[in-house]
Design a protein around this ligand. Sequence first.
Ligand SMILES: [Zn+2]
Length: 158
Amino acid sequence: MSATVGYHGYYHASAECWSVYTEVLGVEYSDAVLWGQVHQLTVDTYAVQHAGGPHPDKSVGIHLSGLHLVLDRGVHPPLVPPMLQRLAAAIEIWPHFPPPESDRHITVWDVAVAASPQDHADTVRRWARQVWAAWTPYHANIAALVIRHASPHGQTRV
Ligand SMILES: [Zn+2]
């Protein structure tokens, strides 16, 4: 897990919360269905919920774009990372989106205590929709960035 340790330096997360997150990632790494269905949502939702403080605008913007692709465009989560890589390469200066206050009802802690893989997946989806809804004032900005720099082409289901 050493590749992810560095993130803790700039995510706006406590060490305790970060360790719960790494536990949740461990569960997803070891379950192929969870990996395919919700892992990308977990990564993007956790990052966006930890915007603020030292968290760079680029990271927040990329993970918001991931939520947009899955939740608004219906992109299958495993197809999202290459699109986010294209965005990361294409956009040099990211806009700053001040984080909303109201996205804290569901957290990674709720995912960590899920009773089954199905409950885990359902909780991640509820968590992702809650966080994405809290950022509604920026949905149009994010959609415009994605359309301009990383259009999903034929990969949407909408
Ligand atoms: Zn946290």
